[in-house]
Design a protein around this ligand. Sequence first.
Ligand SMILES: *Cc1c(COP(=O)(O)O)cnc(C)c1O
Length: 427
Amino acid sequence: MGVPVSASAEWQARALAVLPGGVNSPVRAMRSIGRDPVFIASAEGSHIRDVDGNEYIDWVCSWGPLILGHADPELVAAVSEAARRGTSYGAPTPGEVLLAEAIVAAMPGVEMVRMTSSGTEAAMSAIRLARAVTGRETLLKFAGCYHGHVDGLLADAGSGLATQGIPASPGVPAGVAAATITIPFNDPAALTQALARHRFAAVLVEPIPANMGLVPAAPGFLELLADGIRANGGLLVFDEVISGFRVARGGAQARLGITPDLTIMGKVIGGGLPAAAYGGSREHMERIAPAGDVYQAGTLSGNPLAVAAGLATLARLDRAAYDRLAALTDRLAAGLREVAAQVGRHPLSVRAVPGLLTPFFRADAPEDYAQARESNLETYGAFCRELLARGVYPPPSQFEAWFPSLAHTDADVDATIAAAGAALAAI
Ligand SMILES: *Cc1c(COP(=O)(O)O)cnc(C)c1O
């Protein structure tokens, strides 16, 4: 690699010696866009700064949690104050009750919650509960939907696996993988066939899939899924780790008017600290120990700092906040479409739902994972490299969403659109 010429390059060299791929989560390595990562020193509002002093408008926002933007003063004050009272007790606290009450009040399908430290853990625990409730083992999932790195859910899982071109992971026992049936999203025939062939414990679905890039459900598909899985005798599990508290305070389930049996949450509810949760009806959730017989635990679950960050975040998510996020999303999506049309060299279709969007380098917006993968990944990579050179930090993968926050301004959006126009012209 030659002699490091920047502080980021120096840290990258040291990182590669002690962290696999130099990172603690694969997509951060930026390999799919053909460059090395920048190392981050600090961030504020909509901007992040690297260790060389370069500043970027950040559209990753930690992959979704930072709906208030970086280092929000109220959130930082709440976390600091919590830290002064002690960072963890391993005993119940009022804060976790307040956060659970806020989640229960917001999410139509949630009467009780159990908190965990990561979305992966929440997904793993939700499927354990679904299997206990139904006495069945087989799971149904969709190609391109990501539910964390749970062994049994890694097949065709989108997100970082798509970024690295990994269909499934070595190290997953064959028996575990065999207990998951994976079918294409938005494919009613495949769904009907799978439901006819198997008796499922549950179907897991991102109700607004965002880990193959953003690919919303076709009209009627989720309704068909909800009716079908209930007729089958399995549970409907919505993975709202991204969509929860982002597309609406009540998540995709409120926005779409479909109430799942179990809900997996994360990202926004931790406000940038490690917090996630799963929830559902009182009847199902009271199967969880110590109320019931399904074991699940966590040393740092309901951690006081994470709970303080979550409460500070949810306190700000009112009607006006969602209107603002929707307006920012619209402005960015429309602007990207417009500059792509103006430059005219690279077919671009933008999928957007209030709070998130993905620009796909293909002429038509994709309907499923196979179509998302037919996007021009080389052009997306070049687009990212050109944006980074112009002070804009996009998700370094075609298979992820861009996340506007309440800290982004119209000026940030306009600067991003201008940079995108210049980037597209330079490719
Ligand atoms: C991020 C994500 C997860 C995993 O959450 P972690 O906290 O990274 O373990 C699960 N499901 C969806 C939909 C996600 O986007």
